[in-house]
Design a protein around this ligand. Sequence first.
Ligand code: GSH
Length: 222
Amino acid sequence: MRILYHLPLSPFARKVRLALTEKRIPFELRVERVWERRTEFLEMNPACTVPVLQEPSGLAIADSYAICEYLDEAYPDTGLFGRTLAERAEVRRLVAWFDGKFQAEVTRNLLFEKQMKRLLGRGNPDASAIRAGYQNLKPHLDYIGWLAENRPWLAGPQVSLADFAAAAHLSALDYIGDIDWSVNEAAKEWYARCKSRPCFRSLLAERVAGITPPTHYADLDF
Ligand SMILES: N[C@@H](CCC(=O)N[C@@H](CS)C(=O)NCC(=O)O)C(=O)O
C-alpha cells in the first residue's frame, strides 16, 4: 500500500493529498507526530517533516515538491505542471510563491504560531508575528484575486499544482478561522471552484481533535 505520512493541518501535506486524489492514485493517510522524532520516520526523512510518501515498493520520498514532481513523472495522466514550457515555468513559480513567500509571510505567522509552535516545543505564540500574518494575508488574497480574474486557473488555462499549493495553505488557515473571504471576491470565487472539485472532499470532511472549523469551512456556497 502507498502511505502518506502527514499532519491534518499541514499545507504541504494537503497539497500532496490534493495532487494524489486529483490523479486518482490510491493512498492511505497516516498521522506522523513529528515532534516525537520516531526513528523509523527519521530514517525516511532526516529533516523530520511531513509529508513523506512511501510507495508500495518501499521507496520513501520526502518534501512535498519532490513528491509532486515524482508523482507527475511516475503517473503522467492528469498532469499538474501545465502543458507548454511557459505554463510549466509559471506553475513552478507560483508553487514556490505559495510554499515559500506565502508560507513565510502568512502561514508561518498564523498556523505555526497558533497551533504548531507549542507542539514542537518551540515556545509560546508571538503576538507580533500573528499581527504581521493578518496584515500580510490581505495583499496575498488580492494577488490571488488578480490572478483569478486574469486567467481561468492561477497559473494558466488548466488547474495545476499552483492552485493546489495556494488552496492547501488557504484551507488550513480557513480551518482555524483565519480567512476573511470578504477581502477579495475573485479570490473567494476561485477558492469556491477549488472546493467543488472531488479532490477536495476528504479534506473538507476531516476534523482535527480539539479544533472546530467555522461553519463556512466545508460549505461549497460560502
Ligand atoms: N519543504 C517541506 C516543508 C515541510 C514542513 O515544514 N512541514 C511541517 C508541517 S507543515 C513540519 O513537518 N514541521 C516539523 C518541524 O518543523 O519540525 C515540504 O515541502 O514538504
